[in-house]
Design a protein around this ligand. Structure first.
Ligand SMILES: NC(=O)c1ccc[n+]([C@@H]2O[C@H](COP(=O)([O-])OP(=O)(O)OC[C@H]3O[C@@H](n4cnc5c(N)ncnc54)[C@H](OP(=O)(O)O)[C@@H]3O)[C@@H](O)[C@H]2O)c1
Length: 347
């Protein structure tokens, strides 16, 4: 691997952590950093095995082997640590510029601050935090990443659903105006649900078998969108259901528009934004008769399915946008990390 100026570590090597590492190697040339370490609780044999073989994304497209405390990826050593607290990891000794927190175990400011107090210079979290003040910035790539000054210490990459919804809502609010927004997230199962009924979560419905039901779950999506688009505050509602698929999700979005419009106009605005401008590469547009599995391993934050855009009268619009909740989001973690490090070292 050519010499790269910045060093990154992953904390938590589950679905998102592994997708981040893999997307890094699949997009190898694109970044100014290398991944030098990962910290998870799992044993080395399992870490190696689940890096090599992934039921959702297929075999790792490169060489993976263990030597001592290194997980060698294409002969590059990623040092493996197995500590349950940030205090136990020597972030300073690792010389890392940024920790990508992908365990989901640290969701308040005081929890995330533990990484900084333990010597990590900066943290990018793979989840939205409970309150806006829990981080220095919440970023959706293509929407507000340019507002990062580089002085931030704790940054959130928002959620996969926020990364999907915010670009679409911003485009349509800017072009036409939105009075009210109602969203249903239709989301694949996740590791916070059991395979069969079990005591697994304090959201009671998440104790139910992930693969036997469509399961309504709590969601902070409306709050998350308001954080990014405060101009829509108080006018958004969201709910979420988990469905028995392993990956790829969609947002079903209903919009009350401020001005008269039609489905063709809505589709044109979204299609053109996908073709050029700041959302190119982040937003995609299709009118083909897709099913969700067609978007497995798709790196976009949102893929608008224009064949499903509906207008009921001049101001009530319904849209559907797909996203690979694992792969799209993991790619955004890498994009935001790269941008954050560049501005931090310019600051
Ligand atoms: N999956 C998605 O589609 C998705 C999309 C966007 C954002 N996110 C967010 O990303 C976070 C992780 O989600 P995930 O789906 O990747 O979960 P996951 O598959 O359960 O992975 C989390 C990993 O972190 C490990 N871990 C737990 N506590 C740890 C600690 N204190 N230090 C180091 N490692 C620790 C877990 O080990 P154990 O299994 O032994 O506990 C597990 O290997 C969550 O906040 C989630 O909301 C997920």
């Amino acid at each position: 691997m050519p010499n790269r100026p910045y060093r990154i570590a992953l904390n938590g090597y589950g679905r998102i952590g592994r997708c981040v590492l893999r997307a890094f190697y699949e997009r190898n040339a694109a970044f100014d950093f290398e991944i030098v370490a990962l910290n998870d609780l799992a044993d080395m044999a399992s870490l190696e095995y689940l890096t090599r073989f992934d039921s959702t994304h297929g075999r790792f497209p490169g060489e993976v082997k263990v030597e001592g405390d290194c997980l060698h990826i294409n002969s590059h050593c990623v040092k493996v640590l197995r500590h349950s607290t940030p205090e136990a990891v020597g972030w300073r000794d690792l010389g890392v510029d940024l920790v990508l927190e992908c365990s989901g175990a640290y969701n308040t400011r005081s929890e995330a601050q533990r990484f900084i107090d333990a010597g990590a210079p900066r943290v990018l979290l793979s989840q939205p935090m409970s309150g806006a003040a829990d981080v220095d910035a919440t970023v959706v790539m293509g929407i507000n990443h340019e507002r990062l000054s580089g002085a931030e210490r704790l940054v959130s990459n928002a959620s996969c659903t926020t990364n999907c919804g915010v670009p679409l809502l911003k485009l349509l609010n800017d072009a036409i105006g939105l009075d009210y927004v109602s969203i249903t997230t239709i989301h694949s199962a996740m590791n916070d649900q059991p395979v069969i009924d079990a005591y697994h979560h304090d959201d009671l419905r998440r104790t139910r078998s992930a693969f036997q039901s469509v399961i309504p779950v709590s969601t902070g999506l409306a709050k998350g969108i308001e954080r990014l688009l405060p101009e829509l505050s108080g006018r958004i509602q969201a709910k979420a259901v988990r469905v028995p698929t392993v990956n790829v999700s969609c947002l079903d979005i209903t919009l009350q528009m401020s001005r008269d419009t039609d489905a063709q106009t809505i589709n044109r605005i979204l299609r053109e934004a996908a073709q050029s401008g700041p959302l190119e590469g982040l937003l995609a547009y299709t009118e083909l008769p897709h099913a969700s599995c067609d978007f497995n391993h798709d790196p976009h934050s949102a893929i608008v399915d224009g064949s499903l855009t509906r207008a009921s009268g001049p101001r009530l619009v319904n849209l559907l946008a797909w996203f690979d909740n694992e792969w799209g989001f993991a790619n955004r973690m890498l994009d935001v990390a790269d941008h954050f490090l560049r501005v931090a070292h310019r600051a």
